[in-house]
Ligand binder design. Structure first.
Ligand SMILES: [Zn+2]
Length: 73
């Protein structure tokens, strides 16, 4: 089962994890996003899509959504 999460950039410079203010949620499966753009430990980060949040639902990556639609056909 995939998990929708904001991608987190880990900065070696500031030692701070960083989320782009306009980042989309991506569907991660086995720590890789379905669109192939991001890799992160989804059990470590707590940036899951808030349940029932309409705004957050609109921020989901279109390519990840399409991957899920394609695999559930
Ligand atoms: Zn994606």
């Amino acid at each position: 089962m995939e998990v929708w999460q904001l991608p987190v950039k880990q900065s070696n410079l500031t030692n701070h994890d960083w989320i782009h203010p306009r980042a989309n949620y991506h569907a991660f499966l086995n720590n890789s996003s379905l669109c192939g753009k991001f890799h992160q430990d989804t059990s470590y980060f707590k940036t899951d899509l808030p349940e029932g949040n309409e705004l957050a639902l609109q921020m989901r990556c279109k390519r990840c959504l399409k991957k899920i639609a394609d695999t559930t056909k």
